[in-house]
Design a protein around this ligand. Structure first.
Ligand code: F6P
Length: 475
């Protein structure tokens, strides 16, 4: 760090803090232990880094401040900008488009204008914080224009971008009225990371279609002023979790005791199935619950022998599609519980809450079968958390083939969530799997998840980005 400038700057839609406003209006902050924070912590501390992001509430204006040795730089968003940039363009245009149009994306020019404006604000904040030649790592679909704006403001920087969600096939991406602006926005980076090789390949195809740039494999050549050329690389860096932390936590006597207590609280069923998701239409929650309801109706699973615990944490509650999903899920859960439940015994325990990591670890440890049935998911970290928590080598992971995790997690029971009959068969085979088969599969899964943790992910990305030769800047 020199003169309050930072050699490493993260730019993400959200700051890694939870804040509280006291009665006297004063604000206090605590760090929220998200995956990205954990991943970047060693680098942030080592390089004295800064993190640019939105504090998560409207009109919150605050000078940059330090939490645990990291400089946090809040970006203010007005109520209107939250509606147009965050709820609108990010979560009602890009989110459904990038998840294979599971919901119809809405295209509004006012939303796009707000997205551009807010992306510029993030880029300007980052430019103010970065030391000469610094590394700036921009995250996710909300900020795809930041790399190009930042390069324009600060050509000396090495800029990385990581897309946490899928990048859609050309034929789908082509719907976006501002597709070439988005591609050019991303090409401001030196390195563009994706979850899967197929995402990176989709992006390169879009570059070929919507620009006249030359591509060779994963490298795109971008001409610069003064006859220089820049090489941008688009490659896969599958993200992971802090596997050791989960493993340790789940081995603790407190978590083990809590897992037993959870089983007791739900009536000690022979089999506990578990779903853990943000309440999002990409997660296939309705498909999963429908399959479970049919298994009860067919008598292939019976109450009270089997219970499904479904954690659905609240998310993006001002967006219409999320409100509709909540209604649909709650209606279906109510129907199934009404039809197959008894006094004091409901086949589905539906929890519309978020829980601390310790409780999540206990839930994972308590569950015989974990159901991850997303219709489309960049990675799905819940699947990896379940595996990391199972040092007892018990439990079965049922995993949708449409998650990034399916590329890596060999040993899971793969399902196509659109094929309800197929999914029902897989769920029954998971419930009936013997201990020997469970152990064999879980060992294989755990080797992978414990080896490839989130620190390895960030190191791999940053090693490639740091190897980019320093940019020559004409005086
Ligand atoms: O998976 C993409 C993502 O933006 C995550 O980074 C985030 O944790 C999650 O979706 C929830 O997003 P939001 O910030 O909209 O609540």
């Amino acid at each position: 760090m020199s003169n309050d400038l930072y050699d490493f700057v993260v730019v993400a839609n959200r700051l890694p803090v939870d804040f509280t406003v006291a009665d006297d209006g004063s604000i206090s902050w605590t760090r929220s232990p998200g995956g990205l924070v954990t991943a970047l912590d060693p680098v942030m501390q080592g390089a004295e880094g800064a993190w640019v992001g939105w504090p998560g509430a409207a009109d919150l204006d605050h000078e940059p401040f330090d939490v645990d040795g990291v400089r946090l730089v809040p970006v203010r968003l007005s109520d209107g900008e939250i509606e147009l940039y965050y709820e609108g363009f990010s979560n009602d245009t890009l989110w459904p488009l990038y998840h294979d149009v599971i919901q119809t994306p809405a295209y509004h020019r006012t939303w796009w204008d707000a997205y551009r404006k807010v992306n510029r604000r993030f880029a300007e904040k980052a430019a103010e914080q970065a030391a000469p030649g610094a590394i700036v790592w921009v995250h996710d679909y909300q900020l795809q224009l930041v790399p190009a704006i930042l390069r324009e403001l600060r050509p000396d920087l090495r800029i990385g971008f990581f897309n946490h969600i899928p990048f859609p096939a050309l034929e789908i991406f082509a719907q976006l009225p501002w597709r070439s602006q988005v591609v050019h926005g991303l090409l401001g980076a030196d390195l563009i990371g994706f979850q899967r090789t197929s995402d990176a390949a989709n992006f390169v195809r879009s570059v070929r279609r919507f620009t006249d740039l030359t591509t060779r494999g994963e490298v795109i050549t971008v001409p610069e002023d003064g006859g220089e050329r820049r090489h941008v690389r688009a490659a896969a860096f599958p993200i992971s979790i802090d596997s050791r932390q989960f493993d340790r936590l789940a081995r603790s006597p407190e978590v083990a005791a809590r897992a037993l207590e959870i089983r007791k609280e739900i009536g000690n069923p022979q089999v506990m199935l578990l779903g853990v998701d943000r309440l999002d239409y990409t997660k296939g929650i309705l498909h999963r619950i429908k399959a479970f309801g049919e298994l009860l109706a067919d008598g292939r699973l019976t109450v009270p022998n089997v219970t499904l615990v479904q954690v659905a944490s609240p998310s993006r509650e001002n967006v219409g599609a999320y409100q509709q999903l909540r209604e649909d899920v709650e209606l279906l859960v109510g129907r199934i519980n009404g039809e197959f439940g008894h006094l004091g015994n409901a086949p589905i325990r539906y929890l519309h809450h978020s829980y601390p990591t310790e409780e999540m670890a206990a839930l994972y440890l308590a569950a015989d079968v974990m159901l991850v049935t997303a219709l489309r998911d960049g990675m799905n970290l819940v699947a990896k958390e379940y595996v990391a928590a199972r040092s007892d080598e018990r439990g079965v992971l049922v995993l949708s083939e449409f998650t990034g995790a399916a590329d890596e997690l060999v040993g899971s029971v793969l399902v196509n969530p659109h094929d309800i009959d197929g999914m029902k068969d897989r769920i029954v085979s998971a419930v009936e799997m013997d201990a020997r088969d469970q152990r064999k599969r879980m060992r294989r899964l755990r080797r992978r998840v414990l080896e490839d943790d989130v620190e390895k992910w960030s190191q791999a990305f940053l090693a490639v980005l740091s190897a980019v030769p320093a940019h020559k800047v004409s005086a």
